[in-house]
Design a protein around this ligand. Structure first.
Ligand SMILES: Nc1ncnc2c1ncn2[C@@H]1O[C@H](COP(=O)(O)OP(=O)(O)OP(=O)(O)O)[C@@H](O)[C@H]1O
Ligand SMILES: [Mg+2]
Length: 335
């Protein structure tokens, strides 16, 4: 369905030295710096798959999406979607894809939403009966009814995002690109949008590529992720694989009957463990012990702590995907 091979995008940036002299020099004899925004990325996506595309700020995610949707032309490399090259035959290609950039709307500011959809219907040449059916379906999953007669400029961010997603799906595209579809939304609206994306993927079999900084989006929607950093791919696989490989850190939280001191050194000595294997945070009667379950078993950690302090309540946290990814971004672990 989607095939990307050794994709690269370089941007030329003019470097300006400080001061007036620098400005004049930049005008006549500019120093150019080449930014390798995307530096040789390859991956493929199956039909009907939902892929999470993640990476820190500036990693090159949006630049990849822009190349896949034909907005930017690659410096080199191949991308093919459904057998087509996005930059060739644009008119045909845009009918097969849907795109949403969460950071900015693609709707007309002054038109009522209903009018906007009517215009898009003509642009995409959607037949009347299909359009009716589609609007009913989109209305149902994205709950557009309460604001469909309002001009786009009056919509709240959450309403606008739902409106944008509906617009991108009006022509039943085979592939949907979502660049940060939940950015800036409250938890309830995020939940609505996630459910809608899930439903669209399930019912229409739409292939979805999704970039996000909210890892709950990924955990709830995607089985597989591609992680990029500084324009290069650093991980491609199932989330469960990531958890399996890096998720050995566990956290035990204890609520004590009364505040007590707990000594990290005692723990390290007891388990002959290093600083990386055990961390302890204590805040009066609340203690949290984070430890490497490969080095110390949960059972041993529990029974030792219970022998040291009087515990009122215990809470065990599983390997946390957010924690794993934070460590990869910070290069504390390498994939
Ligand atoms: N039009 C452009 N001209 C020059 N440099 C650009 C341009 N677009 C992107 N870049 C640079 O390319 C790099 C990748 O940017 P990109 O927007 O793809 O990152 P991103 O992974 O989407 O980040 P974020 O998570 O912040 O959205 C950045 O260093 C950015 O400054
Ligand atoms: Mg981006």
């Amino acid at each position: 369905m989607i095939y990307v091979k050794d994709l690269k995008k370089e941007f030329k940036k003019t470097i300006k030295e400080p001061g007036l002299k620098g400005s004049i020099k930049a005008l006549f004899k500019p120093d150019k710096e080449i930014i390798k925004a995307v530096d040789g990325i390859s991956f493929s996506v199956e039909k009907g798959e939902m892929l999470g595309f993640i990476g820190p700020n500036g990693a090159g995610k949006s630049t990849v999406i822009k190349m896949l949707t034909g907005i930017l032309t690659p410096t080199s490399g191949i991308c093919r979607i459904n057998g087509q090259i996005p930059q060739e035959n644009r008119k045909k290609y845009v009918k097969e894809i849907g795109v949403v950039f969460g950071q900015r709307t693609q709707l007309w500011w002054d038109l009522a939403l209903r009018e906007t959809y009517a215009v898009l219907k003509e642009i995409y040449e959607v037949p009347d009966d299909m359009y009716k059916k589609r609007m009913t379906f989109l209305n149902e999953v994205l709950e557009l009814d309460s604001f469909i007669t309002s001009p786009v400029r009056t919509l709240s961010l959450g309403q606008r995002m739902r409106a944008d997603i509906a617009a991108s799906l009006l022509h039943s595209p085979k592939v949907l690109f979502l660049d940060e579809p939940t950015i800036g939304l409250d938890v309830v609206v995020k939940d609505n949008i996630r459910n809608a994306i899930k439903k669209i993927n399930e019912e229409d079999g739409t292939t979805v590529i999704l970039t996000t900084h909210d890892l709950s989006d990924i955990e709830l929607l995607c089985e597989r992720i591609v992680m990029i950093d500084k324009g290069k791919k650093v991980f491609d696989g199932e989330i469960s694989e990531l958890k399996h490989n890096f998720g050995q850190m566990r956290t035990l939280r204890f609520e004590l009957q009364k505040a007590a001191d707990i000594d990290l050194l005692d723990y390290q000595k007891k388990f002959s463990a290093t600083q990386d294997d055990i961390e302890i945070e204590s805040d009066g009667a609340l203690i949290s012990v984070r430890f490497n379950s490969d080095a110390v078993s949960v059972e041993d950690m529990l029974s030792y702590t219970l022998s040291q302090v009087h515990v009122k309540d215990i809470n065990v946290t599983d390997a946390d995907i957010e924690d794993i990814i934070r460590r990869i971004y910070r290069r504390e672990v390498s994939v």
